[in-house]
Design a protein around this ligand. Structure first.
Ligand code: EPS
Length: 386
């Protein structure tokens, strides 16, 4: 499977074209919209989220509730577009018109590098596309992938582990429980006490004109053994998951299983002993590897964490250089989120759903869902008998 997105933050819409989804997959628009709504929520979001009402339109590849095998085209409109029609017009506009030209690069954004690279004296041409608004359509794409995973009883859920200096206590819960608790939490955190402190910290950052980052974790259960491969660098599933997480705007790090902690432990406390479970199937005593060994799934839950830096759009100014005057100035903005970590955990789920669904399609390749399921059943019998 593959997909591309297009669209600017204040343009008319975000668009995705997905190719390679098997035919006959039941696809519910409501389920996509549920995911879009989850992404819009979260303590620390700014005023833009009061303008948007993200809803998907499926304009190709789905008929009477099922995929046809043709490319799927998804659209999410930007309601804010009504205020930006001239500023973002694809047609030339008159000299006198307000183009909201950006000549002052914001530290931490794509503005300056992109302007130099693409030879843009108006950095709006960079920031409109680098904006995390694009994650709305990626969540829609992830929601399609999630519906394919559901056909194979694979569940993906995420939660927030840290915001700024507040670290949640580890809580051992089932995925169902995780989903129930995080849906009720304004910061998508399992630890209620930490959640309260996270919200206080966000309120303080907002009052100070500052922003906060954090750590999110995504878990996936129900995966068959052997998705991904050890044989080539670009087929290793851990590498592909890392790329997917790192491609989310503002993400600066990724871990799988115990991750960076492995550096501090001896090997005997890192690797997972191989056992037979009650049904006589191969399993692991522990899951420190986060469900991945040799670039392949082990059948244990996949556990991936990502670090999001604080959003660089600050009310509190940072120093920069105006590209017209070459004079220093203090960068400041009018509107931003103070913390988007809870929303980012939904985006992280979406990109993990995509990567796992892509690996599932490779392993059980079939043009229709029925063909894929037949391949899956055959492989499962092989694994059971091995
Ligand atoms: C973003 C800046 C803000 C956020 C936006 C991401 O938008 P604006 O500049 O219009 O105030 O609200 O996020 C979204 C619109 C969204 O849907 O998540 C940025 O610069 O990345």
């Amino acid at each position: 499977m593959r997909y591309l997105t297009a669209g600017e933050s204040h343009g008319p819409q975000l668009t995705a074209i997905i190719e390679g989804v098997p035919s006959n997959l039941p696809l519910s628009i409501e389920k996509i919209n549920e995911q879009l709504l989850r992404r819009m929520k979260g303590h620390g979001r700014g005023r833009r989220m009061q303008i948007e009402k993200d809803q998907v339109k499926i304009v190709a590849g789905v008929r009477h509730g099922k995929t046809t095998g043709a490319p799927i085209c998804l659209v999410v409109e930007n309601k804010d577009w009504t205020h930006w029609q001239t500023i973002m017009s694809p047609e030339p506009v008159d000299e006198g018109e307000d183009k909201r030209r950006v000549s002052r690069p914001r530290p931490g954004h794509a503005d300056l590098n992109g302007a130099l690279k693409y030879n843009q004296r108006d950095m709006r041409n960079i920031l409109e596309r680098s904006s995390a608004r694009e994650t709305a359509i990626r969540v829609a794409v992830g929601a399609v992938a999630r519906q394919l995973l559901e056909q194979f009883d694979i569940t993906v859920a995420g939660h927030v582990l840290r915001i700024g200096e507040v670290q949640a206590k580890p809580v051992d819960v089932s995925l169902e429980e995780m989903i129930r608790i995080t849906e009720e939490s304004p910061v998508r955190c399992l630890d209620a006490d930490a959640a309260k402190r996270m919200m206080d910290l966000i309120d303080k950052a907002k009052a100070d004109g500052d922003s906060l980052g954090g750590v999110v974790e995504v878990r996936a259960e129900g995966l068959p053994v052997g998705l991904g491969s050890h044989v080539q660098w670009d087929r290793k599933l851990d590498g592909r998951l890392a790329q997917a997480i790192m491609s989310i705007q503002a993400f600066k790090g990724v871990e799988i299983g115990i991750g960076f902690e492995a550096a501090a432990r001896p090997g005997s406390q890192v690797h997972d002993e191989i056992i037979l479970d009650e049904q006589g199937n191969y399993s692991r005593k522990t899951n420190r590897a986060g469900g991945l060994e040799g670039g392949m799934t082990t059948g244990m839950p996949v556990v991936v964490r990502g670090v999001m830096k604080p959003i660089p759009t600050l009310y509190k100014p940072l120093n920069s250089i105006d590209i017209d005057t070459k004079e220093p100035f203090a960068a400041s903005i009018e509107r931003s989120d103070s913390c988007a970590v809870p929303a980012a955990s939904v985006v992280a789920e979406a990109v993990v759903c995509w990567t796992l669904a892509d690996a599932l399609c490779e392993k059980f390749a079939g043009d229709s869902l029925e063909e894929m399921k037949a391949n899956y059943d055959k492989y499962n019998r092989h694994v059971e008998e091995f």
